[in-house]
Ligand binder design. Structure first.
Ligand code: UDP
Ligand code: MG
Length: 325
């Protein structure tokens, strides 16, 4: 597509069972975008909703065809849905927001200003999270781990909420991986970026669509797709454990041969059950842990070599859509 034909801004909105809020979201997005003197489009991605979300999207598209929509054939997950939206966005700049109004569309105005100033990635920084303490601590821990482990400078506490320049979107779309972690890819792409702080309100309506399991998967994708530190960690701990075991073996042999008392008894008098059991459990645990870490990478390699499409669509509203290959 020629640069002149492109709308100034595309806004990608992934939706999964969002019938309670999606109309409200679209109205607010529309009000904000119409207030700006730009051409725009919204790319709504229905991630296999089982409620009436798709019917609502049809209605929204009919009323204003600047709202284009894709219906995925099943629930592929938030990240693939965002990716589908990016692949089908045409804007010179592309924004990504949640469907539940947790990313206030009004912030897009400031993001767009920054973009016009020449920044290429403008990401939202969540200042206040109105979520429970458990979720907040979990998020904090993840972002700290992610920053420490991934060798890229990912901003702390930023989600997928952002506005990206076309160049950044094209870079992200050129990455071949199937395990997608958009905010990681965005940071990896390394363009000129800036954060915009905003208070993150609670969900406007409906239940969170991210189960705890999905959140853990997302965190695992973030870390394992962007860092090999866990593998290195395996060799560090492995080296330490081997060293420790060698020292322990030397000690036990000396104890047995020299016959001195250790903790009140000589080796001869002690059946040694506790020592054996403890080391068996310990070594078994360490081995299982690192087998697990290896498994995470093997699973990812397996999924990458299969090269399946990241998402499959069954219906489109509007035109000029592309498939994932
Ligand atoms: N979402 C999606 N597919 C999923 C789960 C979530 O497209 O499998 C969308 C959801 O509709 C919302 C966004 O991803 O627009 C964020 O989801 P949610 O609000 O549940 O996550 P949280 O705000 O709790 O991180
Ligand atoms: Mg939410």
């Amino acid at each position: 597509m020629e640069a002149d034909d492109r709308p100034t801004l595309s806004v990608v909105v992934p939706c999964y069972n969002e019938e309670d809020v999606i109309e409200m979201t679209c109205e607010r997005v529309k009000a904000v975008l119409d207030g700006l003197d730009i051409t725009w489009e919204v790319v709504l991605v229905d991630d296999g909703s089982r409620d009436t979300t798709w019917e609502l999207l049809k209605k929204i598209h009919t009323e204003d065809p600047r709202f284009r929509a894709i219906s995925l054939s099943r629930n592929f997950g938030h990240q693939p849905a965002v990716y589908a939206g990016l692949q089908n966005s045409r804007g010179q700049a592309v924004g990504v927001i949640d469907a539940d109004l947790q990313d206030p569309p009004e912030i897009l105005v400031e993001c767009l200003q920054r973009w016009q100033e020449g920044y290429q990635v403008i990401y939202g920084i969540r200042q206040k999270r109105k979520e429970n303490i458990f979720k907040r601590t979990a998020y904090k821990t993840f972002y700290l781990l992610f920053r420490k482990m991934a060798s890229i400078d990912a901003p702390l506490d930023s989600g997928d909420f952002c506005v990206m320049d076309r160049a950044v979107v094209e870079t992200i779309l050129s990455l071949p991986e199937r395990h997608i972690f958009v905010r990681g890819m965005r940071a990896w792409s390394g363009f000129k970026s800036i954060g915009v702080a905003y208070a993150r309100p609670a969900r406007a309506a409906g239940e969170p669509k991210y189960s705890l399991m999905k959140l853990f998967q997302l965190a695992a994708d973030g870390i394992f797709s962007f860092s090999v530190t866990p593998l290195r960690f395996a060799s560090y701990v492995g080296t330490f454990v081997v060293g420790f075991c060698l020292a322990a073996i030397l000690f036990v042999i000396t104890w047995r041969l020299a016959g001195f008392e250790f903790m009140g008894s000589t080796a001869r008098e002690l059946p040694g059950w506790a020592g054996v059991i403890v080391s068996v459990f310990f070594l078994g645990g360490v081995q299982l842990l690192f087998l697990g870490i290896l498994g995470e990478y093997v699973a990812r390699i397996y999924n990458e070599v299969k090269r399946r499409p990241r998402w499959v669509a069954k219906e489109y509203l509007g035109n000029e859509f592309t498939k994932d290959v």
